[in-house]
Design a protein around this ligand. Structure first.
Ligand code: PLP
Length: 397
């Protein structure tokens, strides 16, 4: 019969798409919309990286590479893992894929059997539960409240473990909260992972985007026992402003890397050869642009916090990493607008886009329906204009 895959039909379409589509529509009508929705840096990819790609094309580096990536890029990743993350991986422990999202897909396909449970702390990046479900796993959500700085505790993870638990997803720095787990917190989480003998998937895609005196620590670097159970996942999208190039990678045991390599060899083959050359330059070349971008993000972060702190009915915990502000709108949702209680962040986002021309991300799909996410991956001028508009609504409530 002409029925469709139940699994595919169960994938949740992203609710943020409705706002993005509305923002586009308004822009087409010539309306000046400010978009706080961006999940990507607004900077150009640095020139040295672009030049390496252009050279790759002229040199004819435009053919298949090994399915799990070139040796040259794997070696650059190993060096970066060793120096930046204090993680020792050899090149046969690395798999390079079409972005961090693809790396995560490979990971769950390699480790899950039908019905295996994966513990995901909310608020979470909205793709995690969907990726787990597509790999026949069962997402188990635990909640990290504001009172605990949106970070789960080792006790919560232990309490969520069953005989079906296969893995825990750690995302530090976190999208959407910008929170970072400290060494002590990671140590106690690592103890639970070891005790329960499960995997930890450590998504470190925002690892370079850390502000002030805060430090990014890779959980796999803490000791040999946790290293064995960790699959470290990262990519170049956020740190090098390379979202469109699609390069992500993992560090894992050789056994898991081999499985992921086989899966990838049938599903997608190698990531783009030109993008691999560009990524090699990104990791091996000068790093000044990363610092310059970070300084700019930091300025925007400070400005956003100052403004949000001064607004009624909203507040946010200062993000320590990534480029998002996770804004608590509980009080706003109790207010009336045009004679009706606002109630949901989806409605709040609708009011903001339609009547104030600001696009924000309602966080229901991130597991937290009383918060919105504001990205500061847009210029300070845009941020100022957008926050003026949000403030205008809040003051009118
Ligand atoms: N992990 C997190 C937490 C993210 O926010 C993103 C992108 O939004 C990714 C992974 C994947 O990024 P990419 O597939 O562009 O490498």
């Amino acid at each position: 019969s002409l029925t469709l895959s139940k699994k595919a039909q169960a994938v949740k379409p992203s609710s943020t798409l409705a706002i993005t589509a509305r923002a586009k529509e308004l822009k087409l009508q010539g309306i000046d919309v400010v978009g706080f929705g961006a999940g990507e840096p607004d900077f150009n990819t640095p020139d040295n990286i672009n030049e390496a790609a252009i050279k790759a094309i002229h040199d004819g580096f435009t053919k298949y590479t090994p399915a799990s990536g070139t040796i040259e890029l794997k070696e650059a990743i190993c060096k970066k893992f060793k120096i930046f993350n204090k993680l020792n991986y050899s090149s046969d422990q690395i798999v390079i894929s079409n972005g961090g999202k693809h790396s995560l897909t490979n990971i769950f396909e390699a480790i899950l059997n039908p019905g295996d449970e994966v513990i995901i702390p909310a608020p979470f990046w909205l793709s995690y539960p969907e990726i787990v479900k597509l790999a026949d796993g069962v997402p188990v959500i635990i909640r990290a409240d504001k009172s605990q700085n949106y970070k789960v505790t080792a006790e919560q993870i232990a309490a969520a473990c069953t005989d079906k638990t296969k893995a825990f997803i750690l995302n530090s720095p976190c999208n959407p909260t910008g929170m970072i787990y400290t060494k002590e917190e990671l140590e106690s989480i690592a103890n639970v992972i070891i005790e329960k003998d499960i995997y930890v998937i450590s998504d470190e895609i925002y690892e370079y985007l850390v502000y002030g005196d805060n430090e990014h620590i890779s959980i796999g670097s803490l000791n040999e026992e946790i290293y064995k159970r960790t699959i470290t996942c990262s990519g170049l999208s956020k740190s090098y402003s390379m979202t469109g190039w699609r390069i992500g990678y993992t560090g894992s045991s050789k056994e898991i890397a081999k499985l992921m390599g086989s899966i990838q060899s049938h599903q997608t083959s190698n990531p783009n050869s030109i993008a691999q050359k560009a990524a090699t330059e990104a990791l091996n070349g000068p790093q000044e642009t990363v610092h310059i971008m970070n300084m700019e993000f930091n300025n925007r972060r400070e400005y956003m916090m100052k403004r949000i702190d001064a607004m009624p009915y909203v507040d946010a915990i200062t993000p320590l990493g990534a480029f998002y502000l996770f804004v608590d709108t509980t009080e706003v949702l109790k207010k009336e607008y045009k004679g009706k209680t606002i109630e949901t962040t989806a409605r709040l986002a609708e009011i903001l886009i339609d009547d104030y021309n600001v696009a924000v991300v309602p966080c229901g799909d991130f597991g937290f329906d009383d918060h919105i996410r504001l990205s500061y991956a847009i210029s300070i001028e845009q941020i100022e204009k957008g926050l003026d508009r949000i403030e205008k609504l809040l003051k009118a409530l």
